[in-house]
Design a protein around this ligand. Sequence first.
Ligand code: M6R
Length: 607
Amino acid sequence: MCGIVGYLGKRNSLLILLEGLKRLEYRGYDSCGIVLSNNEEIYLYKKVGKVSELEKEVKNKNLDGNIGLGHTRWATHGGINENNAHPHYDCSQNIFLIHNGIIENYQELKEKLKKKNHNFYSETDSEVFAHLIEEYYKNNDFENSVLKALKEIRGNFAFVIFNKKEKDKLIGARFSSPLILGLGKEEYILASDPSPISLITKNVVYLDDGDMVVVDKNKGVKIFSFLNEKEKPLVIYQINWQIDDIKKENYEHYMIKEIEEEPKAVFNTFYKRLNFERLETNLKELNEIKEKLKNIEKIVLTACGTAYYACLYGRYLFEEYLNLNSEAEIASELRYRNYPYNEKTLLIVISQSGETIDTLEALKIAKKRNVLIIGIINVPGSSITRLVDKVIYTQAGPELAVASTKAFLAQITSLIILMIYLAEIKGINLKNKKQIFEEIKIIPEKIKEIINRKEEIKKLAEDLICFKNFYFLGRKFQYPIALEGALKLKEIAYLHSEAYPAGEMKHGPIALIDENFPVFILAPKDSVYEKTISNLEEIKARKGKIILISDEAFEKADYVLKIPKSLEIFYPFLTVVPLHLFAYYFAKILGREIDRPRNLAKSVTVE
Ligand code: M6R
C-alpha cells in the first residue's frame, strides 16, 4: 500500500513526480504529497484526496527542483488528513522522506525521541523515522545516520529520503516493501513499481530486502546491505512495459480497458509457450527444475483475493488431469499454519503484483523449509519473483484498476500450461489433449464475442440496479468463478454479494431466498451441469430471481446470458467475463469510484 517516487537529475522533478504518482495511485489514494527543492527553496505540498487535486493546486505555482519526492497514501497509522500525508520531515525540516510499509516499533522509538525533545506533528509511524535520522545526523554524516536509523526499526518498509543540506543525494532503502531504482542519463528515479520509472528509462535495478541505495549526482550509485554493510554489484535489467500499456486511452476507466484486454492477456500468456503442431509445451523457464518436478506428489497453491480463486481453479485442474493431491490455501492463513510440506511438495504462489505481503510471507516460510516453489506473477522483478525458484510470468501487461480482471484470466491460462507441462514430464497421458490445444487457440476469440455483447450486460445491470444483495453459485470449476463474481461486485459496487458452491445452498443460505434475492447461477454444459440446474430449480421454487450464465437456454431462468460452447476447463474463461462486465456496469450506474474503490488498494503490502 502507498506509492512512492523519488527523483534526482537534471530536469524539473515536478512533472515526473505528478505523473509518477498518477501511475502509482492504485496503491493508495487517501491523500498525497510532494516535496521538491532547488538550490534555495523547499516546496512541500500535501492534499487529502487524489493526485489530480494536488496537481490543480501546484500547477500554476512555477515550482522547480531537480530533486523531489512524491507519495500517495493508503492510511495505516493515523487518520486521513494533511498532517498525516507524506512527505514527512524532522524538527529542523532538513530531512524529508516518503515511506511505504509499517514501522512496528514506532511507538517505542517515538517515546524515546520525545524525551530527546523531538516534536511530532503527525500520528504516523513514518514521521518517527525522519526524527530518528535527525537524531543521528548530529555528526553531519547523512548516509551513516540513515544507516544507523535503519538498524533500529522493525517492520516492512521502502523509504526514499533527501536532506536539504545535501541536495545532490537521494537515499533509498527497502525491507519487504517494493523499491526499484531507474537509471537514466544523469538522472535517477526510485519508485514502488516500474510504471513511473518507464517515464525516463528502461534500465532498472531491483532492490532486495535489506538494501540501501545512495544515489549521488557526482559519484553515481552505491548499493549495499544495511544488514551486513557489504557493498553489492549493480545488476541492471530492462523493463519491457510500454508507456502505452499504462495509458487509459479513450476509456473512461482502467477497469473496462483491462476487461477488454482479457483476450490479449490470455493469448500473450500462451502463444509462445505452446507448440500447436507438436501438441507440446515450451516452458523453458522451468528447465532447471524439471527433474525435481518429475518427483512431485503434492501441489499446494496459495494466494489472496482473486489470485486465490485462480488457485482454487488450479486445484480442480491438477486433481482432474494429473490425479495429483492438490490444495488451494489462502495465504494469510497458510502463513500461520504448521503446514505438512515434504520434499515431494510443489508450492505454487500466484500474484498479480508480486508484492502481496501475506503471499510473500507464506512463501518465505515454505522457502525456509526447502519447498520447491513456482511463482505465477504479472509484475516483472517484483518481490515474489525474486524469492521463488522459478517464475512463470503472466503476460497480462500492467493492471492498474484495483479490481483484478485480465490478470485472473492470464493466471488460469498459466495453470493450464503448467498442467500440460507436468503431464508431459511425468509421462501422464493427458485426456483430450488435442481438444485442449484446439480450444485454447480459439478461447480469446470466444472471450471477444462476449465482450462485444457488453450492451446486453449493461442492460442487465440497469434492470437489477434496485437490488442490494446477490448470490453467486457454481460447482466444480465454476465455484471459483462464483467467488470472483461476488468479490468484484462487493469491491467496486459496495454491494452485499456472496458466493457458494451450488450444492451448499440447501445447507443454509437458501433461507434468504425470496423474490427480492437475485442469484447468478453459473451452469455451462460441463460435467456437473444437471446438478447445478437442480439447484436452480430449488431456488426458483422459492421465487428467487435467476440470472443464468450458460451455453444452454433454460426457461425457468429470469435472464440468460449466453456464452459460447467450450470444454469444461475453459468455461471459466467465458463465465467470468460477463461477471466482470456486470460488476463494472453496476458500479458505474451507481456512480462508484470504479478504479479506486473506497478502503482498498491494489497491492496489499501491509498485514
Ligand atoms: O497482487 P495480488 O494478485 O497478489 O493481489 C491479491 C489480491 O489482493 C487481489 O486479487 C484483490 O483481491 C483484488 N482487488 C481483487 O479484485
